[in-house]
Design a protein around this ligand. Structure first.
Ligand code: ZN
Length: 285
């Protein structure tokens, strides 16, 4: 299944994509959040859709998409998880995964504007494969870690490099600004994905290819990352783990290239669709 959420920001309604057409499933009565995943919502939705297929209403073209997951308890990110990206940033590939947290208020829709934060001079992009948890996970084994996955989603781990690296402390200051986590267009369940360790992921800025990588080059693979993260915190249903970015970020360019108002970022991953974000100067909403 491919799950979407549509409508106004913070008032999104659930939807589904069937054979390239998007449908509203508000009548199903549940949003795609912790409670939904925890209570076997995916299975219930599947049966509900099968029973109601004939009466589903298609969504109008151009409807706004929100994050396909209602605000999760946390967004866990893995840093430096591709050898080529670690190299371009001047870092040594880490002996164990680097973990940081991204604030959930950074979440936005896949085609929403990215706002350059106040005082920012180094706003950068990172195309990533993100995992959405389907069950509560604590001290899980790598061998059955994939049983805990609800699905996968495209993520731009937008990053402010000065806030992240030059302003003292951990990376979190440069990762959690509003609009720094565009997620979607859809959440794909594992049966839609093919081999998750052979997915192409790419990103362009103003039509120019910046990132073009494959999840075959992940240093730490998906089951390992889930098992590893669950040693340090309990993952709740709906939580997101973003698995790192391949080479080609602005920080890795010589000279560095950063986003400015008017730029357009487009990105995609096999089976997870594409997203497009216009870059805007900070504006209080
Ligand atoms: Zn990242």
């Amino acid at each position: 299944m491919k799950l979407i959420r549509h409508g106004e920001l913070n008032k999104e309604k659930p939807g589904i994509i069937l054979e390239d057409t998007s449908y509203d499933v508000s009548a199903f009565g549940e949003d795609y959040n912790e409670q939904f995943f925890e209570s076997g919502g995916l299975e219930k939705l599947k049966s509900w859709v099968a029973a109601n297929k004939g009466v589903l209403k298609a969504l109008p073209a151009g409807v706004r998409l929100g994050s396909p997951v209602g605000r999760p308890s946390k967004i866990v990110c893995i840093g430096l998880n591709y050898v080529d990206h670690a190299k371009e940033t001047g870092a040594t590939p880490p002996p164990e995964p680097v973990i940081f947290l991204k604030s959930t208020t950074a979440l936005c829709g896949p085609n929403d504007d990215i706002m350059i934060p106040k005082g920012s001079v180094k706003t950068d992009w990172e195309v990533e494969l993100a995992v959405v948890m389907g069950k509560r996970a604590s001290y899980v084994d790598e061998a059955n870690a994939l049983d805990y996955v609800a699905g996968y989603v495209l993520h731009n781990d937008v990053s402010e490099r000065e806030f992240q690296i030059e302003r003292s402390g951990t990376w979190d200051k440069g990762k959690g600004c509003d609009t720094f986590a565009p997620l979607g267009p859809w959440l794909a369940t594992p049966d839609e994905m093919g081999d998750i360790h052979h997915l192409r992921l790419w990103l362009t800025v103003n039509g120019k290819t910046m990132q073009d990588g494959t999840t075959a080059n992940l240093i730490f693979n998906i089951p390992f990352l889930i098992a590893y993260t669950s040693q340090f915190m309990t993952l709740l249903p709906g939580d997101v783990i973003s698995t790192g970015t391949p080479a080609g970020v602005g920080l890795g360019m010589k000279p560095n290239v950063y986003l400015k108002p008017g730029d357009v970022v487009e990105l995609g991953i096999d089976h997870l669709g594409q997203a497009r974000q216009n870059i805007k100067a900070y504006a209080k909403s």
